[in-house]
Design a protein around this ligand. Sequence first.
Ligand SMILES: [Zn+2]
Length: 239
Amino acid sequence: MELIPAPSPNFDARTAPPDMIVLHYTGMPTGQAALDRLRAPEAKVSAHYLVEEDGRVFSLVAEERRAWHAGVSSWKGRQNLNGTSIGIEIVNPGHEFGYRAFPEAQIAAVIELIDDIRGRWSIEDNQIVGHSDVAPDRKEDPGELFPWKRLAEAGHGFWVEVPAAPGLPLAEGETGPGVFALQAGLTRLGFDCAPSGEYEARTAAIVRAFQRHWRPGKIDGIADGETRARLIALLRLGA
Ligand SMILES: [Zn+2]
């Protein structure tokens, strides 16, 4: 695909080849403002790519280099994921400046870009995640409007839908074996959610992150029957 060079100085050396993709939204009023910031030496942030709402794709950091996009992060037992991930910034003002739907041209470009990246590196479907998945208590991007279902239909990542799922909801403040099992399942999926049997604020944040990605209809941090059924279905799929 056609890439527009927009080099950023904000990178250093990798220690291993990339095996995951982290998707972000820019969270700034305009795409240009985000591009400027991701290229400013003093900002000390970057990404490998930035995808504009009209589908233009800017190349900021070579895939062989470590870009600085994920910060403190964890997935499938590994920490600080910049070293092993490719970061894609998707232009959207985000929850702070007017969160809105991602245009078709932009999503088509993201899918083509991921197609290309996976042709170059070994990246499993369960290693294609959002920033909020790897930093659930700090981040909300790319958020519940990002079409993860569409991405999965294009062959990237996992998506499940389940029939109406009864079951008592679990919520913050509860304790017991149901909470322990929920935390174990979230950990298996990839979240840093060590099972304690206590549904504390961090577990609620992780459930919200799960919902933003896999149950976008309702994001409330409460593990209701549908949320838990989708988690189980994902694990059965091999996610
Ligand atoms: Zn982000």
